[in-house]
Design a protein around this ligand. Structure first.
Ligand SMILES: CC(C)(COP(=O)(O)OP(=O)(O)OC[C@H]1O[C@@H](n2cnc3c(N)ncnc32)[C@H](O)[C@@H]1OP(=O)(O)O)[C@@H](O)C(=O)NCCC(=O)NCCS
Length: 156
């Protein structure tokens, strides 16, 4: 990992100007990608926090979550292939966690494919623990989902 590059990485709220690149990233990473329009709707959603990681004006990746009643749900997290292994996803996830902590959140939860070893290593490395499994949650290809959760009550 090139930590020098990660040093100048900025994690900031998602902006309208990011949407085109993020829709491309979604299509690159997921079998049921969010459209540019769906992403744009989150810009004005008071119960959502979507963050972009960028360096020198170039979008590297993004992550977004919804929340209600102190419960935070991570919708998506993705980094362009050419910018992986530079700490971008960890930086985005830590910023999302800090947002949830500042809101006095109880936990941050997410679903992940059991085959997604990179994402699972990222999440468990930050303290997420498995809390369950949803049968046949994903399609194309069909796969269960692991439920992972980060307790926020002991971290503030
Ligand atoms: C998963 C993903 C977001 C990781 O992004 P990234 O910016 O490369 O991750 P980081 O550089 O921040 O890595 C942080 C940690 O994640 C883990 N990790 C990341 N990529 C990994 C890989 N290919 N294999 C194993 N562990 C990996 C490591 O624990 C790493 O820590 P380390 O560098 O100290 O070893 C990226 O691979 C991606 O966009 N994948 C496609 C979309 C996706 O699957 N999103 C998750 C949906 S639940």
């Amino acid at each position: 990992m090139d930590r020098r590059q990660a040093m100048s990485l900025e994690v900031r709220p998602m902006e309208k100007g990011d949407l085109e690149a993020l829709a491309v990233l979604e299509a690159l990473c997921f079998s049921e990608p969010w459209s540019q329009e769906s992403l744009g709707e989150e810009l004005s959603n008071p119960n959502a926090c979507f963050l972009t990681a960028a360096e020198g004006g170039e979008v590297w990746g993004y992550g977004g979550m919804h929340f209600a009643c102190g419960e935070f749900y991570l919708d998506n997290l993705a980094v362009f292939p050419q910018h992986r292994h530079k700490g971008a996803a960890r930086a985005i996830l830590l910023a999302l966690r800090d947002f949830a902590l500042a809101q006095k959140g109880a936990f941050l939860t997410l679903e992940v494919r059991p085959s997604n070893t990179a994402a699972i290593a990222l999440y468990t490395g930050l303290g997420f623990r498995e809390t369950g499994r949803r049968k046949n949650f994903y399609t194309r290809p069909a796969e269960d989902a692991l439920l992972l959760q980060l307790d926020l009550t002991g971290e503030a």
